[in-house]
Design a binder for this molecule. Structure first.
Ligand code: MF3
Ligand code: CO
Length: 256
């Protein structure tokens, strides 16, 4: 699986295209974020993202992605104990929920892939702390994405930051190279050892995605075959950016 995925170095021109793919991904995620409130359904969120896809006449790399059955939507919506790959539908958001929205686009042959987690109305202090720590762990990981560093420097920075705050990182799912394919090499886990793993090079583009759990690192796959949730039912969060490693340092592609 991840270990035989191709590692592809991008030219400056290709990174320019990926920056636009990333910008559109961010535009779609912002449109989704703007309508999150108690009572709205996850299907409504998927529709809001698809409106942005239609505006650019492009599609989502998530739609029909191979799995237990082809992925049936353009975004993933994962609520509370659900970590990733939740399928949007009729479920209504409730005050106090936290929801991860993960989305991507294919623009001129290149993929943008990004996710955020946000509270619905007022949330508990513990939920807020989880969101803050997870988002900050993404920043801490991105700061390590410089030419000459190794994958383990990125991975271990995320792990150390998360565990220092008493939370857990997932083991079964990882960040990944991103480009013409949504999932390219290298695989970038959220745990690791400094100085180990592949050496990072300018021109690599990587979707870094800390997935953090309050009570355990263990997960289970739900009965729909796609949704991944914490094994103990504890809260989870997920943030993701597609990032280019450049001579000027790490550049976040999935931003407005
Ligand atoms: N953004 C997810 C990832 O990084 C992909 C969603 S899974 C899919 O792996 F099935 F919805 F495509
Ligand atoms: Co991803």
């Amino acid at each position: 699986m991840s270990w035989d995925r191709q590692i592809v170095v991008k030219s400056a021109h290709e990174i320019t295209i990926m920056r636009e793919a990333g910008r559109i991904t961010a535009e779609g995620l912002a449109a989704v974020k703007a309508i999150i409130r108690p009572g709205i359904t996850t299907g409504d969120l998927n529709a809001a993202f698809e409106d942005v896809l239609k505006k650019y006449n492009i599609y989502s790399p998530f739609k029909n992605y191979p799995g237990p059955y082809p992925y049936p939507a353009s975004i993933c919506t994962s609520i509370n104990d659900e970590l990733v790959h939740g399928i949007p539908g009729k479920r209504k958001l409730k005050e106090g929920d936290i929801i991860s929205v993960d989305a991507g686009v294919v623009y001129q042959g290149f993929v943008g892939d990004s996710a955020f987690t946000v509270g619905v109305g007022e949330i508990s202090p513990e939920a807020q702390r989880l969101l803050d720590v997870t988002e900050k762990s993404l920043e801490v990981g991105i700061a390590q994405m410089v030419d000459g560093n190794r994958v383990g420097d990125v991975s271990s920075a995320i792990q150390r930051y998360v565990e220092k705050h008493g939370f857990y990182v997932v083991r079964e799912y990882t960040g990944h190279g991103v480009g013409r394919q949504m999932h390219e090499g290298p695989s970038v886990p959220n745990y690791g050892t400094p100085g180990r793993g592949m050496v990072l090079k300018n021109g690599l583009t990587i979707a870094l995605e800390p997935m953090v759990l309050v009570g355990t690192s263990r997960t289970r796959v739900c009965s729909d075959g796609w949704t991944v949730a914490s094994k103990d039912g504890s809260l989870t969060a997920h943030f993701e950016h597609s990032v280019a490693i450049t001579p000027q340092g790490p550049q976040i592609l999935t931003t407005l």
